[in-house]
Every structure is written in C-alpha cells, then in structure tokens.
Write a protein that binds this ligand. Structure first.
Ligand SMILES: [Fe+2]
Ligand SMILES: [Fe+2]
Length: 473
C-alpha cells in the first residue's frame, strides 16, 4: 500500500531515508508553486472527480473522489521489486538488474531521465488554458485527470534524480520546474513540447499521437537494466492508457458529430460543414498530419549510434523486449530504413542496432494505424466516403534523414516551391486554427456538450454522462 500518512505519499519507504525525504520535502513546495503558476488556469477551487493511486496493486491504483487539484496526492509509486530480475538484453544479458547506477553510465542515464521528465510538466503547461473552453464537464474532468497524472510522472522522475544522482540530480530536478513550454529563453527540451495547444482538437490529437509516443518511450525504459527506472515506468504506463483513451475517443467524437451533420443535412462540402458549426473531415486530416509528423520527430534520427549504445549498455530496450524471440543482442541483424535518394525514397537495410529508433517508431506506427482504422469505421457507418490516412514518414519532418527534404503525404519528394504552394492543403493554416478556435466556448452544464463534438458512449467509472464531474461551487 501507499503510505498517505506522509507528506509525500510513497511506496518506497521514504521515511527510512531522512536525507532524501528532506530533499523531496523541499522540492514539494516548489512543485506546488510551479503547478499554481503553470498548471491549469483558474482551477484551484474546483472540485474534480479524479482518480488517485492508493496502491500499485491491480485493483487499488484508481480510487475516485472529488479533489481540489492543489490537494491532489501526488506521490512516488513504483511497481514492487522482483528480487530475481535479470538484465535481458545487450552486453550484460543474464546479469542481475542494477539497483544502483553504474558509474560509467551515470550521465547518460541522467540525461535519459531528465529528457523523459521534462515532457511531463511541459504538456501540462501546453494545455493550461484549455479548461476555459472545455466542451463539457466530462471533457474538463478528463483534461484535469491527464494534467494531474503528468504532474505525478514528473514526481516519478524527480524521485529517481534525487535518490540516485546526488547533487546533479537535485539541480536537474529544480531545472525541470524552471523551463517552460514555448518560452524563448528557457524552453522545454523537445520541440513537440514547445508547440502551442491552442484548442481541443489539438489537445485530442496530442493525447492520441504524442502521449502514445510517451507510452512507447516508457515501454522501452520499462525494459531498462536500471531496475528503479524500469519499475517507475511500469507504473506510469498504467496511467498512460487513460490519456490515450482521452485522445482517441475525443477525435472519434468529433468525427461522429461531423458525420451526423453531414448526414442530417445531406452535404459533403467542407465549407458547408463548417457553416453548421462542425469540423470538416478534411481539416481534421490536416491536424492529424501535423501532430503525427511532429511526434515522429520525437523518435530521433532513423539511424543513431546513441540508440545502439543505449541498447548494448542495457539502458533502453525494444518495445516488449521480453516477448521478442531473438538473441537480444542484435549483433548480426539488419533492419530496413527509408531515405531519400535523388528524387525518390528508397529502403535500405542497415545494422539493426543502429536502427532502434526506427524500429520503435515502426511499432508506434502500427498502433497509430490501428487507431485510424477505428476512426475510419465512423464515416463508413454513415456512408461518408472520406477515410483518414497517415502521411508518409518523411512528411514535414525536422529531425532525421528527411529533415532536409520536402515530402508530400503520399511520399513524393517535392521541391521547396511545390511544398510552399501546397502545404496548407496538408497542414493547418492560421485560418484553420482560427476557425477551430472560433468554435471553442466553455460548456459547463452537466450533460451538455458543445455542438462540434458528440457525447461519449459512457461516463467515467460507471457514472452517467450528465454526472457533475467538476463542481464549480
Ligand atoms: Fe506522462
Ligand atoms: Fe500522458
């Protein structure tokens, strides 16, 4: 069980390490200052029907009750230790998992943890204004649930920094509260986490595409030979599933509403769909393209010696490493990677060790495609011929082999002038964003939903859809 009698709820026996406890108790008010400054605007007095982890057991990690968010029980929860856990990939295959950080890997591991940790508060900052335009109480509650859990993920990474990295770790933990998404002077580390989340379509796309990148990064860190990191990431993954649900179902409900409008008024022209206050499917596709491309950049370069080193050193495994049937060293394996050659895109075989970023990205794309397939059932049900498609992996990339090229969604290498003349057919223009923003208005009457989004199929935790998920008193 998690000890809630302590200032910082935890299942790591914090009380037995007074130095660590004092350090984290010093960090805690700084975290709350950050939350009040950069977290959801005007939300401190709201009572939100939130889940809180009270145990890391299968049934106990999701307890639902009304909570004021500044009083949320953020804490430090790791899945229990398996005393027999052994390293299951790389050069140290078969050796016992590490309970302390090996000296030679210290700075690399710290960098990995800081980079992951930085994304958690960043997304809260990106989303801080969205509560003001929530399409329903149900959606407002889901936004806040995601936000408090990203806050807890920050706690998870900060615990590792404080516990295992001494003074450097404490400094990094402070810096995690000092950077701000989109700030010109002190931005977040990764580009996708400095983009604005201007409206709820962007939020749902972010939760579908970018939180799912989070899932895959956490899954590869959950394989780590550094056992405390693996155990931390395993628990974070249980929370991440809800974030993915919020994104996927949010987009599905927008598509649903659009298809209803198209059916009821017998129309297909996007401009007429917009005139009726729904978001045309063509515009949704543009946001899909944009968020997909920005998220693919989070996987880094297609080939990477860093990724190879992380793997052989045992720091970062493949997705579901334990389930894969091979030698878990990859010394002789090859893997296909795409790149531009002249005016076309070709596939080359490269050493699998260097292509681990591409492999993780390919695993990610498979899940994303399955999500699109589910979205596409909605227009199919309505007899609407439109289908969502993933653009080519080279589309609109800023990192890796495609960064110096222009690639159309269909995968043609095109000139810069062709790109410039066509790009707003493919990615949202400022007019598209302005149109979506024009639809945003706060709906806070229980059971009511904004006109551009359908209600969900069911409520949260068996509650009805018109339940008062957020109390404003
Ligand atoms: Fe997270
Ligand atoms: Fe998340």
């Amino acid at each position: 069980m998690i000890d809630y009698s302590e200032a910082i709820p935890n299942n790591v026996d914090l009380a037995s390490d007074k130095t660590l406890q004092r350090a984290l108790e010093k960090w805690q008010p700084a975290f709350l200052n950050w939350w009040n400054d950069a977290g959801p605007t005007d939300s401190a007095r709201l009572e939100v029907y939130l889940r809180t982890a009270t145990s890391v057991d299968k049934d106990g990690w999701a307890n639902f009750s009304y909570v004021r968010m500044p009083e949320y029980r953020w804490g430090i929860f790791l899945v229990p230790r398996d005393e027999n856990r052994a390293i299951h990939f790389g050069d140290h295959l078969g050796e016992p998992a590490w309970q302390e950080v090996p000296g030679e890997l210290r700075s690399t591991l710290r960098r990995i943890i800081v980079t992951q940790g930085d994304t958690e508060p960043a997304s809260v900052e990106q989303q801080r204004l969205l509560g003001m335009t929530a399409p329903s109480l149900y959606d407002l509650r889901n936004l806040f649930q995601v936000n408090v859990e990203e806050g807890r993920h920050l706690w998870a990474m900060v615990y590792l920094l404080h516990r295992y990295f001494g003074r450097d770790g404490r400094e990094e933990a402070e810096a995690l509260l000092a950077r701000r998404a989109g700030a010109p002077d002190n931005p977040r580390i990764l580009t996708a986490f400095n983009e604005e989340t201007r409206h709820w379509l962007a939020f749902f796309m972010f939760a579908f595409f970018t939180d799912r990148d989070g899932k895959f990064q956490l899954a590869s860190l959950a394989e780590s030979s550094f056992d405390p990191l693996a155990r931390t990431c395993r628990f974070m993954l249980t929370e991440e599933a809800h974030h993915l649900f919020v994104g996927e179902s949010g987009v599905a409900r927008i598509v649903q509403r659009t298809c209803e409008v198209m059916r009821d008024h017998r129309l297909a022209d996007p401009a007429k769909v917009r005139a009726l206050g729904a978001i045309d499917l063509e515009t949704i596709q543009k946001f899909l393209n944009f968020h997909y491309a920005v998220t693919l950049d989070l996987y880094g370069s297609e080939t990477s010696s860093n990724a190879a080193n992380y793997y052989t050193a045992g720091l970062k495994g493949r997705f579901e490493e334990t389930k894969l049937k091979d030698d878990h060293k990859l010394s002789d394996d090859m893997y296909p990677v795409q790149e531009v050659e002249g005016d076309r895109i070709v596939t080359r075989m490269v050493p699998a060790l260097t292509a681990l970023n591409t492999r993780l990205r390919d695993d990610y794309i498979r899940e994303i495609q399955a999500g699109l397939d589910r979205w596409n059932r909605i227009p199919a049900q309505f007899g609407v011929p439109f289908r969502f498609m993933l653009p080519h992996v080279g589309f609109q990339r800023r990192i890796g082999r495609f960064a110096t090229h222009h690639v159309s969604p269909a995968g043609e290498v095109i000139t810069e002038s062709a790109w410039n003349s066509r790009k707003y057919e493919w990615i949202p223009s400022s007019e598209d964003n302005a149109f979506i923003e024009s639809l945003m208005g706060r709906v806070i009457e229980p059971g009511k939903f904004a006109g551009w989004i359908a209600p969900p199929v069911r409520g949260i935790k068996g509650k009805p859809i018109d339940f008062e998920y957020v109390r404003f008193n």
